[in-house]
Ligand binder design. Sequence first.
Ligand code: GLU
Length: 544
Amino acid sequence: MDLKKLADALIPDNDLMPLEEYEKIYPPRDLEKGAEVTRIAPSPTGFMHLGNLFVALANERIAHQSGGVFYLRIEDTDDKRKVEGAVEVIHKSLRYFGVNFDEGADKGGNYGPYYQRRRAKIYRAFAKDLICRGLAYPCFCGEEELEKTRAYQTEHKLLPGYYGEFARCRNLSEEEIYENLKRKKPFVIRLKSQGNAEIKHTFKDEIKGEITVPENDQDVVILKSDGIPTYHFAHAIDDHFMRTTLVIRGEEWLSSLPVHIELFKALGFPLPRYGHNCSLQKTEGENRRKLSKRKDPEASLNFYREQGYPPVAVNTYLMTLLNSNFEEWALKNPGAPYTDFKFSVGKMGKSGALFDVAKLNDISKTYFAGISEKQAYTFLKTWADEFASAEEKEYFANEEYAEKVLALIMGAGSKKRRKDFACAAQAVKLMSYFYGETPEAIDAQRFDGDTLKNVINSFMRTYDEKDDCSAWFEKVKQAAAENGFAADMKAYKAAPENYKGNVSDVAEMLRIALTGRANTPDLWTIMQILGREKTMRRLTAAAK
Ligand code: GLU
């Protein structure tokens, strides 16, 4: 068969460059020895999975720590999955989490375009060459025929795919091919695999270690019927011409590795190094399963932005899952940015990483406990501008007031800082009773209406906002004594039956009256922040 003629018939583009040109346009990068070129290559589906950040952090650290390059490639070859605005979602997520790439989509660089759809000519040039060399061929099988093959393979417990006797178009005659073309039958281009799946090789995965990989024998599609490449083909060409040295990607791609090894070989490109990163898992009952986009809200990166988790807390938590010695380092270096840590591929987990929101919350709470109320204000306000309700946005209108509130709920200035919130959504809930007229009633009063009224009225008669904390407490005690509650804890403990309760019950009544909750930081300070007028209004309302 005249393969050159066939290639021209299948890929008639007359504006393709000679292949050597691509080597010149995208020359090997001029980098120090040991510098790694890594990338993230998300598909614009509109959804960014926590796993995207997980793998992005590893790639970013590896590149930048070695003095290399980290780039962003948009893998938009699958038109069906494409969603309007999805690239912006990718950019937003990367920006939020501070994952900085050196070159890539919408930033530029010498190895672009970084959108695969804009690289169509490169793929077509190389597919054409493979056809000329008898390493690729057209396949006219329709969905129906492929479905039949699949059903047959399932029924006979055979491996699925287009290989061996199932590769029906592999040996079409010249006449059959040209007849199909004449009839304008849609076709894809498939790799003509030279491999034998019985033969197995040892492969060194940078994360998993030595693994056994069979040769590929699948005639995988390299160009789809619209002329756009599949992931496999685009991966081989792009990672070669973008001069990626180390491909760290999700382990769901491990099963495609044989295909990729064969494609690199067929194209005449040296193979990059690979590391297949374990997936994020969670426990469900007794079992472990992958964090699922469908079932788990926390699988989405948007979740962390919407809830207002500090990006550095999320990154730090992911680092504990990425490198087994990170946690120990973080304990020894409190407050140091995670970028100071010496990241190593060798310490990446070989099997599933267990994602635990409680642990993330701990890290996040510790982060908030390490910043000032001013820093917290800035973070929370930025979050609120985008995600909070109109009412919550108002919390940040008066900065001085909001910072007083934050100082209190964070325990700023005290030796032992409070750790009551892990994200902005939780923080605004704790701030809420400082705003509006009537606080939301979270906890109910435990004493009857008359007792409550009398206690509150006693307290209000004496309240003076100029009192310091201890003078103020004397008045709480006085309100207790006036109403049959023990002002003195010792006396109460000696004979509780003589009292309705004690001074802490009185404080609780005032606390719930003012804030709607039984547990808050220091009540005297709350009254100071609310101010006399609001304090009296709320107490009066509660004593009605
Ligand atoms: N587009 C692929 C994905 O989103 C990229 C895999 C890779 O990093 O090579 O899963």
